[in-house]
Design a protein around this ligand. Structure first.
Ligand SMILES: [Zn+2]
Ligand SMILES: [Zn+2]
Length: 258
């Protein structure tokens, strides 16, 4: 059960949690923090208290300990979406950005917006080839024509792979539509690597696919500060502009009318 039914208090934080220009209608769509701040604080406190994210598992998986977030990988973003179901009941969904310690799916957390099995099968061979090219490049003399050619070929192979990965993500909106990620991207050029992996698209996608209406969202950073120091433990941040800002317009489209 990924939706945790909870009474939400009347608190409404008007701060914008996520926004994006819409590839479908051209307008801008936003979602405020709304009633999501307190359940997000509760999640943060629970992670600190229990030191793991597999709260519901009888036997804790050491890979899902929060120690991971204080190691070499550093912290990452976590998000909570406050929702209302078709019967008017309220609840919260929770998500971690990307993978957690190389794990895509953890019970009680919303899943990624792609088929993990298909993703692994379809990208395995390309990734292996790209890594092999990298090793070959390292063994070639700097500035040699053979090296330059291989660097070029590796770049092309990476771009092709990224396009294939993006096409595997299907993004729904609140009009009952669902399109491959590249069609949901607003603005010129391809979306960067990792687009679709953040908390916000996972949460909104799950809500849209399960008939849940978002009321507000809050995202916080947990763990050792990132290298640039722009993200600190326990602080709240709006969804990113470089990745999420390109697709959330499409994903939020139709919500005002929902
Ligand atoms: Zn993002
Ligand atoms: Zn729109």
């Amino acid at each position: 059960m990924t939706l945790q039914l909870t009474e939400l208090d009347g608190e409404h934080d008007p701060t914008i949690a996520c926004r994006g220009a819409c590839a479908r209608c051209g307008g801008e769509h936003v979602l405020p923090v709304g009633p999501a701040r307190r359940p997000a604080l509760a999640l943060l406190a629970r992670m600190e208290r229990e030191g793991r994210i597999d709260f519901d598992a009888p036997d804790p998986d050491p890979r899902l300990s929060t120690d991971y977030l204080y190691g070499e990988a550093r912290g990452q973003m976590f998000g909570v979406l406050a929702v209302r179901d078709g019967r008017g009941r309220t609840g919260v969904l929770k998500a971690f950005s990307g993978q957690y310690n190389s794990i895509w799916e953890v019970d009680g957390w919303v899943p990624p917006l792609l088929d993990v099995g298909r993703f692994r099968a379809d990208t395995f061979e390309s990734e292996r080839r790209i890594k092999a090219m990298g090793r070959e490049i390292a063994g070639l003399p700097a500035d040699s024509p053979a090296r330059r050619l291989l660097v070029y070929r590796r770049k092309k192979a990476s771009q092709t792979l990224m396009g294939e990965i993006h096409a595997m993500f299907r993004l729904p909106n609140f009009r009952g539509e669902s399109v491959p990620l590249p069609q949901a991207v607003h603005g010129p050029g391809n979306a960067p690597t990792g687009t679709g992996d953040c908390c916000a698209p996972k949460l909104l996608g799950f809500a849209a696919l399960n008939g849940l209406t978002p009321m507000g969202m809050a995202e916080f950073f947990f763990g050792r500060a990132n290298r640039s120091g722009s993200k600190e433990h326990g602080r709240f941040y709006p969804s990113c502009l470089d990745k999420c800002g390109r697709i959330l317009g499409f994903m939020l489209c139709g919500l005002e009318a929902a």
